[in-house]
Design a protein around this ligand. Structure first.
Ligand code: PMP
Length: 421
């Protein structure tokens, strides 16, 4: 029972873990965009295990690929040859633009970003990293320092050399949607806080944990120019935004018309398997050629088989186009809902990576934190699971498995309407 699991968690799991709802949900089964609790009650999942179940819970093609590999070989490490990791690397590289052709597999987004930062420093010989306020890049000691939200910071040294630029947030930022004006802050930061030379710049292309915040228009092209001018490399954190989720493009950075030097990916890459990757250019990768670097599980055959199936499904089931279509419909419905409820301050995002921000007052934008939690809890009781985020905890994060349908979108909006009312 849920009570027994709660008791076991209390006794044997770290007290730092937190639950999403006041009255927690126990999930025992998942099928595509639906989750089932221990009593067989069905929930529409609009959060996908924190934006991780990309193509659907237990998608048959992914399950079959994992099962097949599971019978054959579960683990080997990269000290032996195995076809899965090599073929997977090629298939992933084939989906990257420009010269992003070299793949390192790891197991989590934190590891991927740690590695990207290490590569940036090794390649450039510089130290300083520019990141964004409100960012989230991971919980390792190294990546914690890149996070721009106090919520996720522990009181201890957490990596060094990180400088947080103004967040180019079109809704709450000082310069609205004017990307180049925020970019000017990066130039100031480089001259004020670094020797003038930097190792790199890292940013999500739509901030996820930060509350589905898209970067202001025209921001990345300007910043990428500046960073490269200061000897640095540009890292795109595609942990949440990759694999077609944003609808208009396969990768989130393509929305701003840039090509990064290093791309990190996790979550949706494996539909829930512990899998992540760093993809970079042969030139940057070469800076690690003379150094030993190793990851025991990275790209293990079972995860690679699952990851390959995800790539296939995204293509054959046209998930990117589907995200664009259903996402546009959902934004339209949510925008109409905002016209009805003043508490909705902003509807934003792209594809099936959306945010709905609740405010007490549209002018002051005072966050409606308690109301956000209450609406989310009430929606759960009516069978819809959503995420919550943002520095003030007042943003719904709607990021369902990419099989989420138009009907599911309609149901979510109807339930949100009821809950807010
Ligand atoms: N980057 C982003 C954008 C993320 O959202 C997350 C996880 N929420 C991470 C990195 C870290 O990933 P992980 O939890 O797999 O270490």
């Amino acid at each position: 029972s849920a009570e027994e699991v709660i008791s076991l968690r209390k006794q044997f799991l770290s007290p730092s873990l937190f639950l999403h709802f006041k009255k927690p949900v126990m999930v025992v089964e998942g099928k595509m965009q639906y989750l089932y609790d221990e009593r067989g009650r069905r929930y529409l999942d609009a959060f996908a295990g924190i934006v991780t179940v990309s193509v659907g819970h237990c998608h048959p093609a992914v399950t079959e690929a994992i099962n097949r590999q599971n019978q054959l070989l579960q683990h080997t490490t990269t000290i032996y040859l195995n076809n899965q990791i090599a073929e997977y690397a090629k298939e992933l590289a084939d989906r990257m633009p420009g010269n992003l052709k070299v793949v390192y597999f790891v197991n989590s987004g934190s590891e991927a970003n740690d590695m990207a930062i290490m590569m940036a420093r090794l390649y450039t010989g510089n130290w300083d990293i520019i990141c964004l306020r409100n960012a989230y890049h991971g919980m390792s000691i190294g990546t914690m320092g890149t996070c721009g939200q106090h919520t996720w910071k522990q009181p201890m040294p957490q990596g060094f050399g990180y400088h947080h630029a103004l967040n180019p947030d079109p809704y709450r930022g000082a310069f609205g949607d004017d990307g180049p004006r925020y970019a000017a802050d990066v130039a100031d930061l480089i001259s004020a806080a670094t020797p003038g030379q930097v190792a790199g710049f890292v940013a999500e292309t739509i901030q996820g944990v930060g509350g589905a915040v898209p970067l202001a228009t025209g921001y990345l092209p300007e910043v990428y120019k500046m960073i490269r001018g200061a000897g640095g490399v540009c890292i795109a954190d595609e942990v949440q935004t990759g694999f077609g989720r944003t609808g208009s493009h396969y990768w989130g950075f393509q929305r701003q018309g840039v090509i990064p030097d290093i791309v990190t990916m996790a979550k949706g890459i494996g539909n829930g398997l512990p899998l992540a990757a760093v993809v970079t250019t042969p030139e940057i990768a070469a800076s690690m050629a003379s150094r030993l670097h190793f990851n025991t599980y990275g790209g293990n055959p079972v995860c690679s088989a699952g990851g390959r199936a995800v790539l296939q499904v995204v293509d054959t089931e046209r998930r990117q186009q589907h995200c664009a279509e259903v996402g546009a419909h959902l934004v339209e419905r949510l925008t109409a809902l905002a016209a009805k409820h003043d508490i909705i301050g902003d509807v934003r995002g792209a594809g099936l990576m959306l945010g709905v921000e609740l405010v007490k007052d549209r002018k002051t934008k005072e966050p409606a934190k308690a109301e956000t939690a209450a609406v989310m809890e009430s929606m759960k009781d009516m069978g819809v699971l959503m995420g919550k985020g943002g520095l003030h905890g007042n943003v719904f994060r709607i990021k369902p498995p990419m099989c989420f349908s138009r009907q599911d979108a309609d149901f979510l909006v109807e339930v949100m309407d009821l809950a807010i009312s």
